[in-house]
Design a protein around this ligand. Structure first.
Ligand SMILES: [Zn+2]
Length: 395
């Protein structure tokens, strides 16, 4: 069913935002054998047109057509692979920024007996750190294999999808990071939390920051998994229809935190035009990328970062996948796997390369990868996409 009503403010003034034909559902590299199996049957069902609309009233960006959740669930259960901070796979910059925010919010005098529940806690890194800070009553759930890592570290985590009726306790803090943008019906989700909260519960939400992406004309955030791109104003419109109010907002670069509580509301958020600015900036970015690639057309082109960002870069920044010489990644779980639609094995970063090539960083962790590329002498010419399209030339 196509949606022409804004899921946040419920107005019918929506318009076309972004379209990409046959965008892959699987943006995670998979094993050879799984790829062969999928290619034998029903290969095409793993691709679908990605169609976003935006609301002219609140600048909320959302998928017009709900994705095929059967395929998305299959992806999360079978193939979802994200490096684990608990296993020491990477430096959890985004998670640490959240913990910093939370620590400041809780202050010094927070009672250690207050309770936390994290929905979609993956490997339990946040819960583990809270426990380390002295909070004893922490719990969570996650449908992916990440939950098993959390359980191995002694955390009270269930390896399952969030189901409010299964939770018997009430919690002082509910944490939902990078979850709400994946939901078909975020309003229903927020309302359902009523069953597991008390009068003073705070609901802490982290989502990609619409204002950040739209102002900069960046599109790496879009995929079938991301049904919504919220901004402050559209989140306020959504929350209006619940018993909650927005108590606090903090923008942290590409992400934004909201703290919701009962009947509290910060001053009314003013709307700023975002989509208009996006369209101008996005076309400028497309041109810039085209120009850089034209200049390096005789060089080998290496992609660094084999995740959803890489797929979005190819499809939404319109980079021809034929130019890919190699795809590298630091995550050991991705090595030797392949994207469903790109026949290149993901390789480690320590392979021998002639550094006279162009490396494109296709990851949110651009700074960390940039350092690595310099250190390992992987390339002298580097194109950054996030948080700005830029060419860097090293000596
Ligand atoms: Zn709206």
């Amino acid at each position: 069913m196509k949606k022409h009503t804004c899921p946040c403010c419920k107005k019918n003034k929506t318009s076309k935002f972004l379209v990409s034909k046959k965008f892959p559902y699987f943006t995670t590299p998979i094993k050879d054998i799984s790829k062969k199996k999928i290619k034998k049957k029903n290969y095409l069902k793993y691709f679908d047109d990605l169609k976003y609309s935006f609301c002219k009233i609140c600048d909320h960006v959302f998928l017009i057509k709900s994705p095929n959740f059967k395929i998305i669930d299959e992806l999360y259960k079978k193939f979802y692979s994200y490096p684990s901070a608990m296993s020491g796979d990477f430096l959890p910059t985004r998670d640490d920024a959240f913990l910093n925010f939370l620590k400041k919010y809780l202050g010094k005098n927070k009672k250690k007996d207050c309770s936390f529940f994290e929905i979609g806690c993956y490997d339990g890194y946040i819960l583990y750190q809270l426990k380390k800070q002295g909070f004893k009553n922490v719990a969570g759930c996650d449908p992916s294999v990440g939950a098993r890592i959390a359980i191995r570290h002694g955390l009270n985590v269930k390896n399952e999808f969030f189901n409010v009726s299964k939770i018997k306790n009430k919690y002082d803090f509910i944490i939902a990071r990078h979850l709400v943008e994946h939901l078909d019906n975020p309003l229903q989700f927020l309302k359902s939390l009523e069953n597991i909260i008390n009068e003073n519960t705070k609901i802490i939400i982290e989502v990609p920051n619409g204002e950040f992406y739209l102002k900069k004309g960046l599109v790496e955030v879009f995929s079938h998994q991301h049904i919504h791109l919220f901004n402050k104003f559209s989140m306020q419109s959504l929350v209006k229809d619940t018993n909650f109010g927005i108590e606090k907002i903090k923008q942290e670069g590409a992400n934004i935190y909201f703290i919701l509580s009962k009947k509290k509301e910060i001053n009314k958020i003013k709307k700023i035009p975002l989509v208009k600015r996006f369209l101008k900036k996005y076309h400028h970015n497309l041109k810039k990328i085209k120009l850089i690639l034209k200049f390096y057309k005789d060089k080998q082109i290496i992609f660094y970062g084999a995740g959803g960002f890489c797929c979005a870069a190819i499809h939404l920044y319109k980079i021809d996948k034929k130019i890919i010489h190699r795809i590298l990644d630091s995550d050991k779980n991705k090595i030797n796997k392949e994207f469903l639609h790109i026949d290149k094995k993901i390789q480690r970063n320590n392979i021998n390369l002639n550094s006279d090539n162009l490396a494109i960083i296709t990851s949110y962790y651009t700074d960390d990868i940039l350092k690595l590329i310099k250190k390992k002498n992987i390339s002298k010419n580097i194109m950054l996409i996030h948080p700005e399209i830029k060419l860097k030339r090293l000596k």
